[in-house]
Design a protein around this ligand. Sequence first.
Ligand code: 2AM
Length: 484
Amino acid sequence: MSERVGDIGLIGLAVMGQNLILNIADHGFNVIVYNRTVEKVDNFLANEAKGKESIIGARSIQDLAAKLKKPRRVILLVKAGSAVDDFIQQLLLHFEAGDIIIDGGNSEYTDTRRRFAELKAKGIRYIGSGVSGGEEGARYGPSLMPGGDKEAWPFIKDIFQAVAAKVDGNPCCEWVGSDGAGHFVKMVHNGIEYGDMQLIGEIYHLMVAMGLNQDEMADIFADWNKGELDSFLIEITRDILRYKDEKSGEFLLPKIKDSAGQKGTGKWTAISALNYGVPVTLIGEAVFSRCLSALKNERVEASKILPGPENKFDRNKTDFIEDLKQALYASKIVSYAQGFMLMREAASQYNWDLDYGSIALMWRGGCIIRSVFLGQIKLAFEQDPKLKSLLMAPFFVDAIKKAQKGWRNVVITAVNLGVPTPALSTALAFYDGYRAEKLPANLLQAQRDYFGAHTYELLGEEGKFVHTNWTGHGGNVSASTYTA
Ligand code: 2AM
């Protein structure tokens, strides 16, 4: 076929790929589709894409390249890892300088950085784009976070912003930054998702400890979903709590094994937080909590041996439910503040010019962490693009001021009841640490100098590293200073 009719190509006909193709086609673009297992192309055209003339099959990469308008644009939605590299190699045989390859999979941002650099050298414009929102999002409006070669942005902007979710008419898709920025931001999104889910889980655990039944819990989440906590995750929690098994007519939730799975993006966020030395404690706790939950057999054994406190829940239920709401809200603010701190640090290391307000808008709709709350974050960064921390934005200073009494009550009560609340508690510990003019790190420095001659700075004489001979013996030789 000599006619170049394709506005964009899409490789990878798993569920996300199929849904995104249908979405792109709905917006009036011609999509050329291809898959490693070519029968899936035929199946897709004969079923889901039946009757849609703007969806056109390709039977090889060469065929795909021949059907695309120039500069060619293709989205890869294949398994992260070597499949992406394999397809890039194949595409290189048929693509030419100026063509655009977009990886919409869940690739690690370090891989995206590498691929971007390799393809730049060959004149190919490479984009790594976060795509969030699951199957439903892909079909009707995902959150899209494209980063990489900015020269490619004008060529894909129309398609991306047309298919993306909209909030008040604004697309949840903007240019993020160069090389791996799009996938980095998507990774942080997933980390924050881990944190949000863990927080809701802890609240649910406390509700169980309070003796609430599931209908009562569902009503509370329904109520919370009308205010500042209005979000997709609160909404589905309400629905999950209400859900009854068709066969038995009983609630399904208590029958589900309490052992969490994970695919790795939360872990990557925690690892990069450690690598960059940014205290993203809440996501870290959320990942570890999943790990602890997965030790189901060991926990069952330990539950028979290890004693907890005897205390019973003895607070006013209505008051405590309000405290729970405040604790959830305040902890969420801390978690997002930590996530944005991580992005800020990565941006400074890689020279990404991230627009934090537009990132908040990208997450405002279409994706799993979509919420009204992100609108406030967007406003905070709009008011002050150089904002050091979300915690310092006047709106959030005020929100935490109002929430902190309830938040502290919740953590105290959880400790007294022996209910684990690692995310709620670490958020509070972070808050108290962040607002502390003085922390006990002076003692830590003294200890390091005592046993390792690592030296310390005196207040008022910063930059001058000194060593003390603490014991009167052992000499005055100091270890080289390092900061970690
Ligand atoms: P398949 O249908 O041929 O298995 C999700 O798994 C998508 O990634 C599918 O489209 C799948 O193609 C593709 N995929 C997975 N591993 C791949 C690989 N090593 N090479 C090419 N495509 C792959």
